[in-house]
Design a protein around this ligand. Structure first.
Ligand SMILES: Nc1ncnc2c1ncn2[C@@H]1O[C@H](COP(=O)(O)OP(=O)(O)O)[C@@H](O)[C@H]1O
Ligand SMILES: [Mg+2]
Length: 377
């Protein structure tokens, strides 16, 4: 499953696009499968990579007009073009500028990009989103989809204030949608010998301790030159030190994302289909803290659920279910939520999402019977 990162800052000219492009190039050349989404109607990432637009393809704004759940309209995949080995791009188009107004009264408009990404994200290791220079609906869509917001900041007096507005927006996204985005500040355009920059950077690290990326990207005139040529700076000057900076920063961030993924994955794998029904466990919670409710048990939390207890407090819950398709949710500390371990979701009448599971006719690995056949790990 890919990790989605949004490059965001409402300020223009602070190196969002430059960072998104160079992270993409650096990590694609390290054999990550990378998808870059140009969400800025100005299309700077598209131009900066020298991408050739195919006029016959559907555009990103056409894709975002419709939710993928209805099956109407083009898919995100249809818009993609391959721009380098290992790097695919969803190019921007001018229609994105009008999209905010068109979507204004549409329910679930903040989740549109997230829904489309959920259909394709497993095919990429990393998905980067280059946001427009404002905190409008497109940026909100990116934040709702993303695991992490990467905020490029130039260490200068008052630079921290711009970052603060992004952090406020992230807080707002959490309140509106319940989606929590981690935030990182990436120091860019750092002049090595500038004493003011040094002081500002130290202040930034002190103010937002733990949030500032350790690696910094120095200032270089090569960035503007490379962008004009539709290339990354490593493609016009492989030995440029600023290219080395981006490679270092991207490498460090990627290994952090991978570790976070490794940590998160086994934590909660969500609902599994097993012989004769469905099953789940959680390594950090007690069985009474997380309950299962869905069409298979009349939406009554834990109705019919059997708790199988193992060694050292481990447990697994099992519910016998006939083959078929079911909508469900978990109830965690009294709050209903879709299954975080399951990307398949469907919008319900309340405008939130239910998870979706298909219980197959038979599962060959297990003997069909009750949950007692399950082994606890
Ligand atoms: N480290 C850097 N040193 C010098 N110029 C830079 C650097 N990073 C970006 N730039 C230049 O600054 C300008 C704005 O960068 P851009 O990435 O387009 O910002 P944004 O996407 O935030 O609007 C561009 O001309 C770009 O080439
Ligand atoms: Mg930009």
């Amino acid at each position: 499953m890919g990790v989605i990162i949004a490059f965001v800052n409402q300020k223009g000219g602070c190196a969002k696009t430059t960072s998104a492009i160079h992270f993409s190039l650096a990590l694609a050349s390290r054999n990550y499968r990378v998808l870059l989404i140009d969400l800025d109607p100005q299309g700077h990432a598209t131009l900066g990579l020298g991408a050739e637009i195919d006029g016959d393809k559907p555009t990103l704004s056409e894709v975002l007009m419709h939710t993928p759940l209805t099956g109407v309209g083009p898919s995100l995949e249809q818009t993609m073009i391959s721009v380098r080995p290992g790097l695919d791009l969803v190019p921007a188009n001018l229609g994105l500028a009008a999209l905010e107004a068109k979507l204004a009264s549409s329910p679930g408009r903040e989740e549109r990009l997230s829904e489309h990404l959920a259909q394709v994200v497993p095919s990429w290791d990393l998905v980067f989103i280059d946001c427009p220079p404002n905190l409008g609906l497109l940026t909100i869509n990116a934040l709702v989809a993303a695991r992490e917001a990467m905020i490029p900041v130039e260490p200068a007096p008052f630079a921290a204030q711009g970052a603060e507005r992004v952090l406020d927006t992230i807080e707002m996204v959490k309140e509106i949608t319940g989606h929590l985005v981690a935030a990182r500040l990436l120091p860019v355009m750092v002049s090595p010998r500038d004493w003011h920059a040094k002081t500002s950077l130290a202040q930034l690290r002190e103010k937002h301790s733990g949030m500032v990326v350790q690696e910094t990207v120095r200032r270089s005139i090569l960035f503007a030159r490379a962008a004009a040529a539709g290339k990354g700076i490593g493609e016009i000057a492989p030995r440029a030190r600023a290219w080395g900076d981006y490679q270092q920063a991207a490498k460090a961030c990627a290994s952090r994302w991978e570790n976070a993924r490794a940590l998160q994955r086994p934590r909660f794998t969500g609902l599994m289909t097993v012989a004769g029904g469905v099953s789940f466990t959680h390594p950090d919670l007690k069985p009474e803290d997380i309950l299962l409710a869905g069409e298979f048990n009349g939406w009554t939390p834990d109705a019919g659920v059997e708790v199988i207890r193992g060694e050292r407090g481990s447990w697994r819950k099992f519910l016998a279910v006939d083959p078929g398709r079911y909508e469900y949710k978990f109830v965690y500390e009294g709050r209903w939520m879709p299954d975080p371990g399951n990307p398949r979701r469907i919008r319900n009448l309340h405008g939130t999402h239910n998870s979706l599971v298909d219980v197959p006719q038979s599962i060959p690995e297990y003997r069909v019977g009750t949950g007692r056949n399950l082994r606890l790990t």
